[in-house]
Design a protein around this ligand. Structure first.
Ligand SMILES: [Zn+2]
Length: 318
């Protein structure tokens, strides 16, 4: 559904930016008894594309509507494509010249619920590059943000590590908690959650003062375990969609841009999109949402291929 909105750039304030997108929070009027009033934007964010991107918001939105995403649909954060006109990004860009470089050819944005509503009062605990908690002192706001990355069966008999664990190892991350456990039934899920709680408890021991007290109170295991048990399907579906029988994805990427017979370009791009999604879990409400389903482009082939070649030896190291 496309909506033409009378959007005022000054009603939107920068919340944050990633590699490809900047996210804005509505700060205009949401009271129904005043004009102009936009109660429909309450607790919403507007996502705009950055200048480094070639795929515009419209392309991304259409991509996510494809039937290949249907099995994940109920987990994907609801989004609305909104037409902003040709000047919106330009105006925002001029206001924030230092902070963001927006794609000023884009005339659309994505309107989505703000999953990080308590963020202004929250602390962030980053356990590694792929996993963080956002929480307030009273734990009334408690989110887990993480990327499950590659979900697959290890293809080599002498492989010691999965791709995620190998990658975190090369980045000298001390906390490595194998995401493949999430595919191994209740015991695997319990193990994964236990790993997280143990690491938090360890960080608490190492911290001082107020931070130590905060981390000591950060008990997530029970809630996290229950939510993940109830939602094991999302990991099974990501696994199923990321893979294809008989295809070794490591070897496939290493050989790019040459394609193996049983793999097509579309599958590689789709699989890479699903290897980069983020999952946001609200530990209080139990809500689990998938975000960042960005369309990947074949101009990344060379980068993916060289990354895989570099990473290869680390699969076999302890
Ligand atoms: Zn692993």
């Amino acid at each position: 559904m496309t909506t033409k909105l009378e959007m005022n750039p000054s009603d939107w304030k920068l919340l944050g930016k990633g590699q490809a997108n900047a996210v804005y929070q509505y700060i205009g009027n949401t009271e129904t008894n005043s004009t102009p009033s936009h109660p429909e934007y309450k607790n919403k964010v507007l996502r705009l594309r950055l200048s480094v991107t070639t795929d515009l918001t419209h392309d991304i939105y259409n991509y996510i509507q494809l039937p290949q995403f249907d099995k994940l649909r109920k987990f994907i954060v609801p989004m609305e494509l909104v037409y902003l006109g040709s000047n919106f990004n330009n105006t925002v860009q001029q206001r924030e010249q230092q902070e963001v470089q927006l794609n000023c050819n884009d005339t659309y944005g994505l309107l989505m619920p703000n999953l990080f509503q308590g963020e202004s009062k929250a602390h962030t605990l980053k356990l590694n590059k792929q996993l963080s908690f956002h929480y307030t002192d009273d734990l009334n706001y408690l989110l887990l943000e993480f990327k499950p990355k590659w979900l697959y069966d290890l293809p080599y008999p002498d492989q010691h590590k999965c791709r995620n664990c190998a990658l975190l190892g090369t980045k000298d991350e001390r906390f490595v908690n194998c995401t493949l456990k999430l595919l191994k039934g209740d015991d695997g899920v319990r193990d994964w959650c236990r790993g997280i709680q143990n690491e938090i408890d360890l960080r608490a021991k190492e911290a001082n003062g107020k931070e130590q007290l905060r981390l000591k109170n950060l008990k997530v295991f029970d809630k996290l375990f229950k939510i993940l048990l109830d939602n094991q399907q999302v990991f099974k579906t990501l696994y199923e969609l990321q893979n294809k029988p008989g295809v070794n994805f490591h070897e496939t990427l290493k050989k790019l841009p040459i394609l193996e017979e049983n793999v097509d370009e579309e599958f590689i791009l789709f699989s890479m999109t699903l290897k980069d999604v983020s999952i946001i879990i609200d530990l209080n409400s139990g809500d689990l949402k998938l975000i960042d389903l960005d369309k990947k482009n074949k101009d990344k082939f060379a980068k993916w291929s060289s990354q895989e070649k570099k990473l290869n030896p680390f699969y076999f190291k302890d």
